[in-house]
Design a protein around this ligand. Structure first.
Ligand code: NDP
Length: 271
């Protein structure tokens, strides 16, 4: 495609959010690609996919509640997204729409900046959409995962599906002795800067701690983990890595990660 051809990318969610726009727009400017990114608040998933086809939109970020609903409308589901059971990214190759999942890549890249996960024991709390993607990534990369969740049936089902261990409810976390990596994949802490689901007694120096929470960007868990000498990975890092993978899929180029991270943090601090 000629360099000057304008290309539209965007995202669909229940309400249009500012973070994808901030990260992708900054990345396109820095990389000098003629892309424009628009966030759409959408209710009808099928109609949104028709619009992608009709308008020739190149790439689409997909947030809840559309991540599962969108799957039947696409032409191809990448093997990984099919395994996770959710699509957060669509790429339009001349009318052929392929669904991907970049949440697991985001989490894995963010964790592996701190430690290789292969052979490591990971304690993960949560069994929702974010947890599914992260558990998939960890198991694929060779980590031994133990899942804890408030609703036991959901946690047990997730553990069984991915061949990992079931630990119990969050109240069991305090008795854990053995863990290299801790992950909060619940929504505890979201817009709640004083809440954390991981007890302080688990935050031993040297442990790697990933919190999926990106609002606030310095969650209670991240602050606790740093204070206890852990290697803390904030949810913003995961969010930027998943968006960076989207950039790679849309443009075929490496993503300007630092530019995207700076744009995200600036946008969050403006709120
Ligand atoms: P879901 O609604 O699918 O899952 C929520 C999870 O949190 C469930 O495991 C639920 O437990 C648990 N939970 C909720 N409230 C409590 C509570 N009071 N005590 C204990 N557990 C609780 O949400 P998602 O998985 O889609 O998202 C989870 C979080 O991850 C959100 O805050 C989201 O913003 C964030 N996120 C971050 C990303 C990033 O890149 N940083 C990417 C995607 C999501 P139960 O099953 O018992 O209900």
């Amino acid at each position: 495609m000629p360099k000057s051809t304008p290309v539209l990318c965007g995202s669909i969610s229940a309400r249009p959010g500012p973070f994808g726009v901030a990260m992708h727009t900054a990345a396109y400017q820095a990389a000098g690609v003629p892309f424009t990114y628009v966030a759409f608040g959408v209710e009808d998933t099928g109609a949104a996919v028709q619009a992608v086809r009709a308008l020739g939109i190149r790439g689409l970020g997909v947030s809840m509640p559309h991540k599962i609903r969108i799957m039947p409308y696409l032409d191809v589901i990448d093997e990984t997204a099919a395994r996770i059971g959710a699509v957060n990214t669509v790429v339009n190759d001349e009318g052929r729409l392929t669904g991907y999942n970049t949440d697991w890549t985001g989490a894995l890249r963010a964790l592996e900046e701190q430690t290789p996960v292969a052979g490591k024991r990971t304690v993960l709390v949560g069994a929702g959409g974010a947890a599914r993607a992260i558990v998939y990534g960890l198991v694929r990369a060779g980590s031994q995962v133990v899942i804890y969740n408030k609703t036991a049936s959901k946690g047990q089902a997730l553990a069984q599906e991915f061949g990992t261990e079931w630990g119990g409810g969050p109240e069991e976390l305090a008795s854990i002795a053995d863990a290299d990596i801790l992950v909060n994949a619940t929504s505890v802490g979201f817009h709640a800067p004083e809440e954390s689901i991981i007890p302080l007694s688990l935050l031993k120096p040297g442990r790697v701690v990933l919190d999926v929470i990106f609002m606030p960007p310095e969650s209670r868990l991240v602050r606790d983990a740093r204070a206890c000498g852990c290697l803390a990975v904030p949810g913003t890092r995961m969010l930027v890595h998943q968006a960076a993978r989207q950039f790679e899929l849309y443009t075929g180029q490496p993503a300007p990660f630092e530019v995207m991270e700076r744009a995200l943090l600036e946008r969050i601090h403006q709120l």
